[in-house]
Design a protein around this ligand. Structure first.
Ligand code: DX5
Ligand code: ZN
Length: 223
């Protein structure tokens, strides 16, 4: 079965408690938390302090997406803040292999994210070590952007690499995902759908989550 991970970035932060309850009570599987440092990406969002607050009320897996330079500086503090999984960008560190070990040592699931221009081949030497591959389907930094269609090809390439190498990793897609393209990304091999605007800017967020969850899963990845 595929998983739905609403991104709180698109929520109304004046009413964060309501957004958290909404996800808790919905059919969503994970909370997706987008951390931006104004260096790796042009935008600045939030950090450990907010995540710590979210963790107090969140009843689901906390999926932390670090869009920050040299994420190795902060792995332990995000784990302590309550992250269940931490995803770092391959482009943001010189020592990807080491950071992956660091995430695991901190007791979290380890993910690696790839920007739209980064080839799947950068995962060649770490694919067996990771729990998640995050294929960015927009350029990171902002919610509400348009899905980049060439990403479908990359999802398939990542899927093929995972199968050939017998990796335990699952594929997450992030950026511009909604009911209009979710089926296509699932068919390409995605297991986790991140959705920010499609959920929180909708009239009926819980309904969108239900519809995304209700899509047919790819039988190949529904283990
Ligand atoms: C983009 C973030 C995404 C973003 C997705 O940099 O990583 O998680 O919140 O938002 P939507 O679904 O609106 O594209
Ligand atoms: Zn994200």
């Amino acid at each position: 079965m595929h998983l739905i991970a609403p991104s709180l970035l698109a929520a109304d932060f004046r009413r964060l408690d309501q957004a958290i309850s909404l996800v808790n009570e919905s059919e969503a599987d994970w909370f997706h938390l987008d951390v931006m440092d104004g260096m790796f990406v042009p935008n600045i969002s939030f950090g450990q302090f907010i995540i710590q607050q979210v963790a107090k009320d969140a009843k689901k897996y906390l999926d932390v997406h670090l869009m920050i330079e040299q994420p190795e500086r902060y792995i332990e503090s995000f784990a302590e803040a309550g992250a269940d999984g931490i995803t770092v960008h391959a482009e943001a560190t010189k020592h990807l292999h080491r950071v992956i070990q660091q995430i695991k040592a901190a007791g979290c699931k380890a993910g690696v994210a790839l920007n739209p221009h980064t080839p799947v081949s950068v995962l060649e030497n770490v694919i067996e070590d990771i729990d998640l591959v995050l294929i960015m389907t927009v350029n990171p930094g902002f919610g509400g952007q348009k899905f980049i269609y060439q990403s479908l090809q990359k999802i398939r390439q990542a899927y093929d690499m995972i199968v050939v190498r017998n990796s335990p990793a699952i594929i997450e897609v992030d950026g511009g995902i909604g009911l209009q393209n979710a089926r296509k990304v699932l068919e390409a091999g995605a297991r986790v759908l991140v959705a920010g605007s499609a959920v929180f800017k909708a009239e009926d967020p819980a309904g969108v989550i239900r519809d995304l969850k209700g899509l047919e899963s790819n039988p190949l990845i529904s283990v």
